[in-house]
Design a protein around this ligand. Structure first.
Ligand code: CP
Length: 304
């Protein structure tokens, strides 16, 4: 069993990972040796703070070991992704990879003898969505019937949130005036629509008024944010997206809790006052990446 996209997981499997993550967080000492003598390879083709730290610390706290592999310093740069993965999976018990292309994750999963976890590629970010749903369940005690609005650019995080929410009974509205082309997955959107739990709108004020949670993410993908070649597109996006910024004015009269998967670009998709407001659960949400990384690892390694 792999975790490449939540499309491959049933509602029961997703809910099980969420509940397991909450149990682990409450009983951390009980799991100190759960992955004794197990190794996780972590392959990074892109930058990361949370995904790297959460999985590495998760392995340490579960009694196992994590190996950080910067793509640029490995022979993944020279060789076939499948061949390198075949080798890797004869040495480690699990692989987590943050790659530029979802297609390479599929190659890895095909070639691997051990579970492969998608640490975020251009189409999906399933680990983030599991952590987000864990945070939502912790806050409200259950998931069904809750309403979340995602405001921002339709991207990989948005795809996994739509998939996760509609599978576990959370209503999700997206306010996404822009779509990151590489994230497009028509099949995922069609399936979500059929559940009756997903809608998309540009009426951001109404969507926020009706929400238990409001969620945003960067308007510009991490690899482009400081890239001079992307300057013009970045400026175009900022102009187009500014009316959809999460700020005090937008949140006036709303009791919604505020979420962001981080890294945050303060003053762009969200303002200081919203980040630091009493309604913000952003830092708890980011902490939960650790507990949910443990839940995911234990589930994939059959240690439930
Ligand atoms: N949210 C998230 O995946 O953070 P990193 O990019 O820092 O891993």
């Amino acid at each position: 069993m792999h975790l490449l996209t939540l499309k491959d997981w049933s509602a029961d499997q997703i809910e099980d990972a969420i509940d397991q993550s909450i149990r682990i967080k409450k009983n951390q000492d009980k799991f100190r040796t759960s992955l004794k003598d197990k190794s996780l390879a972590m392959v990074f083709q892109k930058t990361s703070t949370r995904t790297r730290v959460s999985f590495e610390v998760a392995m340490t706290q579960l009694g196992g070991h994590a190996i950080y592999l910067d793509w640029r310093t490995t022979n993944f740069t020279l060789a076939d992704v499948g061949d390198e993965t075949k080798y890797l999976s004869r040495n480690v018990d699990c692989i987590m990879a943050r790659l530029r292309k979802n297609s390479n994750l599929k190659v890895m999963a095909e070639a691997s003898r051990v579970p492969v976890i998608n640490g975020c590629a251009e189409k999906y970010h399933p680990c983030q969505a599991i952590s987000d749903l864990m945070t939502i369940k912790e806050k409200k005690g259950s998931l069904k019937g809750l309403k979340l609005t995602y405001i921002g650019v339709h991207n990989n995080v948005c795809n996994s949130l739509i998939e996760g929410c509609t599978k576990v009974g959370v209503e999700i509205a997206t306010v996404t005036p822009l779509i990151n082309e590489p994230s497009v997955d028509k099949e995922l959107i069609e399936r979500a629509k059929q559940t009756g739990l997903y809608k998309t709108t540009l009426d951001v004020k109404k969507a926020v008024r009706e929400s238990d949670f409001v969620y945003t993410d960067t308007w510009v993908d991490m690899e482009f944010f400081t890239d001079p070649k992307f300057k013009e597109e970045k400026e175009r996006r900022i102009k187009l997206m500014k009316p959809y910024q999460i700020n005090a004015e937008l949140l006036k009269g709303s009791d919604a809790l505020i979420m962001h998967d981080m890294p945050i670009h303060r003053g762009y998709e969200i303002t200081e006052d919203a980040i630091e407001s009493s309604k913000s659960i952003i830092y708890e949400q980011s902490e939960n990446r650790l507990h949910s990384a443990k839940g995911i690892l234990l589930k994939l390694l059959g240690k439930t």
